[in-house]
Ligand binder design. Sequence first.
Ligand code: AMP
Length: 449
Amino acid sequence: MASNAFEALKLTRQFLNAIEDAGYTAPTEIQIKAIPCIMAGQDVIGIAQTGTGKTAAYSLPLLQTLKFAQGSAPRLLILVPTKELVVQVDRSLEELTKYTDLRRVALFGGIGPKAQIERLQAGVDIIVATPGRFLELYAKGEIDVRKIKHMVLDECDRMMDMGFWPQLRDVQEKIPQKKQQLLFSATFPEKVERLADNFLLFPTRLEVTPQATPASTVEQLLYEAPNFRSKLSLLEALLKDEVLSRVMVFVRTKEEASNIFKYFERKPIGEMRMLHSNKAQNARMNAIDDFKSGEVRLLISTDVSARGIDVFEVSHVINFNIPTHYEDYVHRIGRTGRAFKTGVAISFMDQSEAYHVRKIQKLIRQTILRKELPAGVEIYETPKPEFQEQMREIDRQKRLENPDFQGAFHEKKFKPTEKKKSPKAADKTSKSKPGKKGKTFKQTYKKKS
Ligand code: AMP
């Protein structure tokens, strides 16, 4: 029953069966658009977010072109930005190739290359890799690139952001020029356009949603909270609602991730895990698997670690900070409302982040719904260092808008208005008495202009 619409895309029985097993009932928009072009051998630029079914959109026609295992040199190379995404794409391929004898290898760093080399030596048809590990094993003479006829660059915007441009150029120089190239990206900024201009030949450009538009199934909400401590209280209040059943919390740094983790450690909020780059690969994979299986309610992650993880049923995404890299907002909230499911993305904003919210709203061409703080949220005084950090950030934003701006903030210009409480004491109060309701930065510090 799954297959009628897929049959119309001229997929063969072994893939139709795999699709049926995977539980796909109808092709997604990007699949309908991309599969025929890719099957026809065209170069394609696909602008599609994670969650649109883009992996199957490029894999299915390429797998069908490869047909069956042949020789020992790889014929298809898929490059993605992170090891998590390598694993995820490889898992999708495993699912889709289950009725074929096509052989795959997943190449990524963070673990020794021995097992990967053994697999390459045994003969493969498909390589899924991060650019770094691919080049490393190529340099060791472990990859015969002469038969590569198809290449996919997935999540290109992210690859460019992560500085992979030199590696991508390197890869291009090493593999045969004559090949089919596909480029997928959630957004299409200028640097990705440059990449496409350099590498692709008369590409067909396919776009499933206007650039950087989050999936329409995602409800986007915004709360204002003046500082880290108040945001913690807000998160705690939100977590009282069981509707938040599988929650991904995005933070800026691993320190923030650890602080949030510590805060909730002894609270009855259910199972929680943390993902960041200091965690061993195994621990990260286990955390992801436990989260996917529903055992874990809360997954706290930095952006880089979260990249490309396929979590199908995330009920809520929480942006503990507003991403300053605006396309990350689209990526982050792409974790919820995936493939036909609805989801909620909640963002927390302090005064220094209002600027970023405005920029994001411009990018996504939508206004994020602002909500009143829920009952029970404690608003704490902003500790001086955090307040100063916010002021510096606001100055930076003003300078970005107006290069002549002198900067309103100098440490000396800001003094606590309450004489009795020195900033140090204020700091202490908010740390040592976390339950105490404090004042917001507005009440405590005044800007002398
Ligand atoms: P992707 O955009 O490739 O990250 O895919 C997001 C999720 O959608 C993955 O879990 C896929 O297994 C799933 N998916 C892909 N194609 C379909 C489809 N036609 N119907 C339902 N789910 C799909």
